[in-house]
Design a protein around this ligand. Structure first.
Ligand code: UD1
Ligand code: CA
Length: 465
């Protein structure tokens, strides 16, 4: 690496339009592996331990800066996207003195910190260094022509390459370690003499090599790391790789994935050991799952917190809710934001809970809506119960005391309180508070009309005659 006293900086090129994505969204903001593409590259830049981190933005610059705001990033705007060489030239005014500059591409998110360390080490032995990979299908990536001594001779973009050059399988990964200010001097000499009419950073390296500046080629151990994203097809492939890294780590940490090809898990998600995930489980956001949890087919969790020994039955949605240990939820249940389900509770099929707290041991087994409710320990919520929390203007709370028994098909018109140990009769519409231990029944008395069926049949026969 650079001798003592010299600076180590990093520049990320992220201003490009990315027109082949066919998108209104700036390319580097496209989510991959659960985060914007550029977020992965910024993490790699941070891990390289360089200061400053300069990020060149242009297309959709305001949006990129807003969505990836970070105190350790210096944004540099490239007003017109005239090519990678022009992009890198924009950071020159930000860098005084001399040192080495790691250059990363905002659309190469699989880059690993170890690669940047290897680039810095290799650059220290010559003028600069760049990462290359051997790819069976080099596609649209730049082809690397080696000099007789194994260092760089030149880089040919696929769009400028002849058949001979296209058959080269050594590609430019778009990751470099270059000396500054010398690289900036090289960039000023660039010309737009190529198929894309751009100022290519790669041409500056070829010119340096031609003048005897040795550029080391650092071969990537995992060629997949070189995968850049120019199209949605490549986005899909890189997503798969980032996801596989996450899944592998979870497996090594003691999580069973019954079919790893069929789960989606965001990078921040945490899962405790001995938990098991069935196919089609989707975990996103800041979801945290305890030990020995079972997530069955189709569980969809976002920003969910699960204690130990929780079972999520098939096709259940848990969004912004927290579930205590030893609970069981679903199948076909929906827990919405602000819901807290405490230890040992049981939420069954077709139960929706929103912004409610369920104390330990509550049972809501079937077909219910609990919204803006507080439910005491051990209460039983009958099938078809609805907390009528909205009167068309505002939302109101329902309080159900511990040990209460809410009969099937009870409408609880909020604001309303049911006391501890109270019971509501099935089919009641409760509009007034129910005292502790009381029975509230609100329905008309049943009338039985004896012999009615027989009389009806006789009547019908007569009409037919
Ligand atoms: C570039 C390399 C190619 C390499 C590939 C690796 C050049 C000329 N080619 O090709 O050899 O194999 O990356 O993925 O460098 N950018 C700007 N401003 C611009 C143009 C681009 O900031 O004016 C940024 C883009 O946002 C992108 C990166 O630079 O993050 C690479 O640009 P892109 O146009 O995707 O280059 P490739 O054709 O992929
Ligand atoms: Ca690219």
């Amino acid at each position: 690496m650079a001798p003592g006293g010299e600076r180590r900086a990093v520049a990320v090129l992220a201003a490009g339009i990315g027109s082949r994505m066919r998108s209104e969204l700036p390319k580097v903001l496209h989510p991959v592996g659960g985060r914007p593409m550029l977020a992965w590259v910024l993490d790699a830049a941070r891990a390289a331990g360089c200061d400053p981190i300069l990020v060149v933005v242009g297309h959709g610059a305001d949006r990129v800066r807003r969505e990836l705001a970070a105190p350790d990033v210096t944004w540099v705007v490239q007003e017109k996207q005239l090519g990678t060489g022009h992009a890198l030239a924009q950071v020159a005014p930000e860098l005084g003195g001399s040192g080495s500059l790691i250059v990363l591409s905002g659309d190469v998110p699989l880059v690993r910190p170890a690669t940047l360390a290897a680039l810095a080490a290799a650059a220290a032995t010559g003028w600069g260094a760049m990462a290359v990979a051997e790819l069976a299908e080099p596609g649209s990536l730049g082809r690397v022509v080696r000099a007789a001594d194994g260092s760089l001779a030149r880089i040919v973009e696929a769009s400028d390459a002849g058949d001979d050059e296209l058959s080269i399988c050594t590609v430019n990964a778009g990751l470099y370690c270059l000396p500054f200010p010398p690289i900036f001097e090289r960039l000023t000499a660039l010309e737009r003499k190529n198929a894309q009419g751009e100022l290519y950073l790669t041409d500056a390296l070829g010119a340096a090599a031609a003048d005897g500046d040795r550029i080391e080629l650092v071969e990537l151990a995992d060629p997949g790391e070189a995968m850049g994203i120019n199209t949605r097809v490549e986005l899909g492939r890189v997503h798969r790789r980032l996801l596989d890294r996450k899944l592998l780590q979870l497996q090594l940490d003691g999580v069973t994935l019954l079919d790893p090809a069929r789960v989606q898990i965001d990078p921040e998600v945490e899962i405790g050991p001995d938990s098991s995930l069935a196919p089609d489980v989707h975990l996103s956001g800041a979801t945290r799952i305890g030990r020995r949890c079972t997530l069955r087919q189709g569980a969809w969790l976002r920003d969910a917190v699960l204690g130990d020994d929780v079972t999520i039955e098939p096709y259940t949605v848990v969004d912004g809710a927290s579930i205590g240990p030893n609970c069981s939820v679903g199948p076909f249940a929906r827990l919405r934001p602000g819901t807290v389900v405490e230890e040992g509770s049981k939420i069954g099929n077709y139960v929706e809970v929103k912004n409610s707290t369920l104390a330990p041991g509550v049972k809501a087994g079937h077909l219910a809506y609990l919204g803006d409710a507080t439910v005491g320990a051990g209460a039983n919520i009958g099938a078809g119960t609805v907390t009528c929390n909205y009167d068309g203007v505002g939302k109101h709370r329902t309080e159900i005391g511990p040990g209460a028994f809410i009969g099937s098909d009870t409408m609880l018109v909020a604001p309303v309180k049911v006391g501890a140990g109270a019971t509501t009769g099935a089919g009641s519409t409760i509009t007034q508070d129910v005292p502790s231990g009381a029975l509230a029944v609100e329905r008309s008395r049943q009338r039985n009309v004896e012999g009615w069926a027989e009389r009806r049949q006789r009547r019908r026969k007569k009409e037919d005659e």
